[in-house]
Design a protein around this ligand. Sequence first.
Ligand code: SAM
Ligand code: SF4
Length: 323
Amino acid sequence: MNLQPLTDTFGRQHDYLRISLTDACNLRCVYCMPNETIQVTPSAKLMQAEEIQEIARIFVSLGVKKIRLTGGEPLLRKDAKNIIERLSPLPVELAISTNAVLADQYIETFLANGIRSLNVSLDTLNAEEFLSITKRGDFQKIISNIQLLLSHNFKVKVNMVVMKGINEHAILDFIEWTRNYPLDIRFIEFMPFSGNAWQRDKVFSYADMLELIEKKYTFVKLEDAANDTAKKYKVSNHAGTFAFITTITEPFCGSCNRMRLTADGKMKNCLFSAGETDLLSAFRKGQDITPLILSCLHDKKQERGGRFDFENIENRSMIRIGG
Ligand code: SAM
Ligand code: SF4
């Protein structure tokens, strides 16, 4: 078999790169941003638009077929449009994860640059609860922007982080939302990152979620695509679907095809990896970064960055990795 260069020591082929554009955000989700006074990385230390384009081009030459822009909030970056325009000619599927607060300002940019699918974060359908989770008050804007995206025929996946005792009851509201809207809701098990006060007993597990949903709905399992992190389901007569991302109780590392680039140009071979490789500094010195990329991938551990003691995890906060 002819292995592509981005194959790790466990035979996993990597063709998906998630690029964080910024660690700044217009929301303060409790599970993501460790505290309200987090220092954002100064602009000069971030990958600039041209650097993102060039580094992405190198990954694509090694076999990357999908790039997702993330953050922090990627649409907060003043040059987000420029970056999207620079990446869109690459032979990749270009996707974006956003909180959708600014999505209405980018509809034309998405349409013109082949972005047809968006992942939108939203953890409740109750405005007050939204405020307590995000510490900001843009709930109605997000709902109207999701409706705007649907009216332009974008595929919208809604990511809900489920935290026990905080928002698990909203799971049923989200499923009800799929009755008339072609949304794909993804229920994500709460994951540990530096400073987010994660505890195992705050995880509302995949099994807990299925049990809750079964009390009200009859649903069927859908087929999952290869490398899919989500386990998909559907209430038969509903327009939309729902799925579970079960990082904690049923990790899906065996089929992982993802690599990450932080906004300051560090490569991470796993969301939970302790190490990171500074591609940007080498790139700025004019060095060939391909050997660094390959060596970073070579070090990838079999499962969850080789870390099993989630209670004492040392990692960047999610907002500084890029989810
Ligand atoms: N601002 C954008 C957004 O919210 O979609 C992009 C960045 S955000 C870090 C990417 C994804 O990470 C979101 O879907 C968010 O819900 C998820 N996320 C952040 N912290 C998490 C945690 N502790 N556990 C599970 N998912 C988390
Ligand atoms: Fe911002 Fe997204 Fe993190 Fe919420 S999940 S604080 S919207 S980066």
